[in-house]
Design a protein around this ligand. Sequence first.
Ligand code: ATP
Length: 314
Amino acid sequence: MLCVQHVSRRYGEVVALDDVSFTVGDGQIVGLLGHNGAGKTTAIKIITGYLQPDTGSVVINDIDVVRNTREAQSLLGYLPESAPLYPELSVQAYLTMMAELRGISRDDLGECLAEAVWDTALQDHLARPIGHLSKGMRQRVGLAQAIVHRPKLLILDEPSIGLDPTQIIEMRRLIKRLAQRSTVLFSTHILSEVEALCDRVVIMANGRIRADATLDELAAAGGTLLTLEHEIPEALAILQGLPGVADVDRTALPDGAVAFTVTPLKPDEPLGSALFRCAATHGWPVRELRREARSLESVFAELSMARPDDEEVA
Ligand code: ATP
């Protein structure tokens, strides 16, 4: 559905995006996660054709966004970080205007509007001026305008920003519902949002992709924990020398046991059986051998702090 390839973009001296590539498959719901300034909005503006990349390409359903911007835009619905709503217009008048601007024919207008209004639960607010609505309700109007032309791809820039907890839950429910019909890419800096909504997460930091994986893959990308009943002086060096090992962290436990956290070079190539064989070969007294699950929070913290030239995950 969406293919972003080697996209870079500077604002003067500031490198906002540095060789960013990722894809979003049909029907997926993907979160673009990163702290403020990570480059999410710049990426989204380029994907939606509102900003040109310096280099690289964006293709939506085989249509090049840079070369055929209008055609590509007709396939997508876009909720910007601050949607340009007209406070004096009623919800009905605004959505009608947006539907007409998107070229929906008179014949289809009623049905498209009714569907967008139903999906965003705005039925009881159609006559109200947008300026009189709460922030949460205005976000729903923003969503309604983004889906009124039944886009195949829905792109939401920080859809929950500024909402209260109840409105955030409501927004998540809405996004889930919309994802049944459209592919969804949304940006956020809120971890729980990704956990609640996503099939996959793309983590950005300093304008670069730091990880592109399912939540399960990210959690599994932790190390393997090997605990020995007592100190084996040569164990650390042997573990460090095993093929496929990136790093070994040693912790002495109060009862004399020693725990090694062994991180694989490739997150999808766990080391459990290699460690088991190694311990058996050397006759080490194994107390425990298990995969360490990581929380998305710790992965995010690690990756957000990673240096620009560190390896990326998955
Ligand atoms: P936020 O959530 O705060 O919007 P973001 O992840 O969306 O953050 P971007 O807004 O894409 O990040 O910004 C990426 C980098 O580019 C930041 O360093 C930002 O200061 C810079 N930047 C963004 N827009 C401009 C601009 N118009 N002119 C100069 N620098 C910019």
